[in-house]
Ligand binder design. Structure first.
Ligand SMILES: [Zn+2]
Length: 328
């Protein structure tokens, strides 16, 4: 019907679809007039959000240790640190910066804190940042392979690498004396992952990461995105969502016969592949979208759950070898 009423000059917003209201529980605290919120996690560990991205810092008597520097928060990181330092009666000098991983959307404001700081990250983060050669993300000089204990101002932070997941270099940042863990781009507390399991490179690693995080003791989860901190319950709900996609994908793989697609498209083999995989993906995603709509924010954005389902389906086929048939 819209075809007959639209014109080439129609506003593009007429194409925008509507979504369910975001569940109230998905939102965090209100932002201030500069567009950020800074709050205490526990004791002298603080977190900062602009509603979409998250960062954290430890305010110690010997200096401030910053964990990630998302460019969307940008200069508000400085304001948040200054605000807390003034309130706590300590210095506001950022002495250390820890990279969770090399991605620009979490690290692209790293250069705002000058060259006179100690930058720490995984060895792979250094390699990738040297490769990317982006002046906003100077490569860390202090690197580690498996574990690194950071001690500043009487505080202890445990950095650990447990293999690739969202990115090849993504680390676990545990604050044992603050009952908190920071693990970026795996679980969006209260929300579904965006496209392709949060744009993840290693699907089995991504799927396993919340289990790995749950093996640490903590109460507060800093996930890097959206407007609030997470809890262990948020990780459980995320795992249920992913688990349901895995179950649904296996069921769809077993229930759709590829033969008609290859018969129809004949010599155009890729058309057969596309028809079959699109059908399996759609069947696998549909019940998950229906189940989590209203429970996890953005579950009703079809492209998110559908592309995540596609990525998981391909991992089931390619990493696990499900459905492989050897020619007789
Ligand atoms: Zn990332």
């Amino acid at each position: 019907m819209n075809m007959t009423t639209s014109s080439p000059h129609a506003d593009s917003t007429t194409q925008m679809r509507d979504y369910l209201p975001v569940p109230e529980a998905a939102f965090g605290p209100a932002l201030n007039e500069q567009g950020y919120y800074v709050g205490r996690v526990e004791r002298n560990l603080f977190w900062v959000t602009d509603g979409t991205y998250q960062s954290a810092f430890l305010a110690t008597p010997d200096g401030v240790v910053l964990f990630d520097a998302p460019p969307t928060i940008g200069h508000n990181l400085r304001r948040a640190v200054d605000e807390v330092a003034a309130a706590e009666g300590i210095g506001n000098t950022v002495t250390h910066l820890v990279y969770s991983h090399h991605h620009a959307d979490h690290a692209g404001a790293a250069n705002l804190f000058g060259d006179d700081i100690v930058r720490i990250g995984h060895a792979e983060t250094r390699r990738l940042l040297l490769r990317d050669n982006d002046a906003t993300r100077p490569a860390p000089e202090v690197t580690f392979e498996d574990h690194y204990t950071l001690r500043v101002g009487g505080e202890r932070v445990e950095l650990a690498y447990h293999g690739p997941n969202h990115s090849p270099d993504n680390i676990y940042i545990h604050f044992p004396d603050h009952d908190a863990i920071m693990l970026i781009d795996i679980v969006n507390s209260g929300w579904v992952p965006i496209y392709n399991l949060n744009l993840s490179e290693d699907v089995p690693g991504y799927i396993n990461a919340p289990d790995q995080a749950m093996s640490y003791p903590w109460k507060h989860f800093i996930g890097g995105h959206l407007g609030r901190l997470g809890t262990r319950d948020d990780l459980v709900l995320h795992q249920q969502y992913i688990g349901d996609i895995i179950d649904s994908s296996n069921a769809a793989l077993g229930s759709i016969d590829p033969t008609p697609y290859f018969v129809k498209y004949g010599a155009n083999a890729w058309a057969g592949v596309a028809g079959y995989l699109d059908a399996v993906t759609a069947r696998a995603a549909a019940p998950v979208i229906a189940k989590y709509a209203g429970l996890l924010a953005a579950a009703d954005i079809p492209a998110f759950t559908t592309s995540t389902t596609f990525a998981i389906l391909q991992s089931i086929r390619l990493d696990q070898g499900a459905g492989s048939q050897v020619h007789p």
